[in-house]
Design a protein around this ligand. Structure first.
Ligand SMILES: Cc1ncc(COP(=O)(O)O)c(C=O)c1O
Length: 394
């Protein structure tokens, strides 16, 4: 007799592809038939559609979310010896783009409720800087940072904000504005695991500034305008036409995917709260059920749940992962090593203990499957496995 099991991968892109397989195949075939692979009508159309979706004047396609950050920093002239504030608890690319230009990432601690940049920590760090050129807050996991606070601080400091919205297309801040509209530029990724993912790498920079938009368009083609005349030294970072065609098929579904993710998050929240969990607005104290759910965004804000990360005591985190794996449930840790403790940044002089909230989060968080096509049975299997394990540890 075989026992029926419920397998739950962290992400199942095949499930989504199955719902639009023919349309995607047609869109790719059209590009192939046209033989217009670089820039062209699909890229321009996607740029317009994304600009309209986000509610911003310009959207400039590029090779990846990492390149979007690089281009944005190049566009404001960040270079050798400059300082740029960013979180330490983020994907490498946020700081990598700064470092690659010869500038110094200045890492700040997080707000444990949202895992996003802490405005107070940012203010304190900014006061120690002598050559601060910009702030890059990240809207981690698909939830807006304290954009009001960061923008106000940047205004006081007279420096721009570049929003790293790689995980946050469609995310709304506390005023209900789409992220990537209020900073000087917003940087988005179309990496396949994002809520709007391509079939390869891709990214886009948003801005309401006409001059910056022109400059970004020049910088992504080696800095040339007209062709073969280089006022600037840029990079080769264009959004691939096949990616643009795929993304155009997927964009009309994006809102429904956000809704499905939010619905899945609500199911987890309810099951975990019934078991005694509370939200990440509360520290892990050792009292009661030791699990913290993501703090849900209050309307008009919107969390798009690119990731659903819970927090458990550090001593239990890896064992919980193992238990989930044993039950055919995929998980990930975003991110196990904070950037200020990465070997490649050792020359920056940061050390363990510098950013306590960040270091705790790296040991305590775990991402659970949240993709739109999950069934209620799968969600319950995940939640029950987590709850049973955590109860066994108390
Ligand atoms: C916060 C953040 N910034 C930047 C990036 C870089 O995007 P890409 O992978 O498209 O280069 C990512 C991608 O995972 C990200 O999560």
């Amino acid at each position: 007799m075989t026992v029926a099991t419920t397998t739950v991968p962290l992400l199942d892109l095949k499930a989504q592809h199955a719902t639009m397989r023919e349309d995607i195949a047609d869109a790719i075939a059209e590009v192939v038939d046209s033989q217009w692979f670089i820039m062209g009508p699909n890229v321009s159309a996607l740029e317009e559609e994304i600009a309209e979706y986000i509610g911003v004047k310009h959207a400039i396609g590029c090779g990846s979310g990492s390149d979007a950050l690089l281009l944005a920093l190049m566009a404001i002239g960040v270079g050798h010896g400059d300082e740029v504030i960013c979180p330490s608890y983020t994907f490498f690319a946020t700081a990598g783009a700064i470092y690659r230009l010869g500038a110094k990432p200045v890492f700040v601690d997080l707000d444990p409720t949202t895992y996003n940049i802490c405005t107070e920590s940012t203010r304190e760090k900014a006061a120690t800087c002598t050559n601060l050129k910009a702030i890059i807050p990240v809207h981690l996991y698909g939830q807006s940072c304290d954009l009001d606070g960061v923008l106000e601080l940047a205004k006081e400091l007279n420096i721009p904000v570049i929003e790293d919205a790689a995980q946050a297309i469609g995310t709304k801040d506390t005023q209900g504005n789409m992220v990537g509209t209020r900073g000087l530029m917003g940087c988005f990724s179309f990496f396949p695991s994002k809520n709007l993912g391509g079939y390869g790498d891709g990214g886009i920079v948003t801005t309401n500034d006409d001059e910056l938009a022109d400059l970004l368009r020049i910088l992504r083609v080696h800095g040339s305008k007209p062709k073969y005349y280089h006022k600037y030294s840029g990079v080769n970072s264009r959004l691939d036409a096949i990616q643009a065609a795929v993304l155009r098929v997927k964009l009309p579904y994006l809102e429904s995917w956000h809704e499905a993710r939010a619905k899945n998050a609500a199911i987890y929240d309810e099951l975990f709260h019934q078991a005694g969990a509370i939200t990440s607005a509360n520290a892990l104290t050792g009292e009661g059920f030791q699990l913290r759910t993501p703090a849900a965004a209050k309307l008009p804000a919107r969390h798009i749940y690119n990731q659903y990360c819970v927090r458990v005591p550090a001593k239990d985190r890896d064992a919980l992962r193992e238990q989930l794996k044993a039950n055919d449930i995929g998980t990930e840790v975003y991110y196990p090593v904070p950037l200020h403790m990465q070997e490649c940044f050792s020359d920056l002089g940061c050390k363990e203990g510098d950013l306590p909230w960040t270091e705790a989060a790296a040991l305590e968080t775990i991402a659970l499957p949240i993709y739109p096509e999950l069934t209620e049975e799968q969600l319950r299997h995940v939640a029950t496995t987590v709850i049973d394990f955590m109860n066994s540890r108390s």
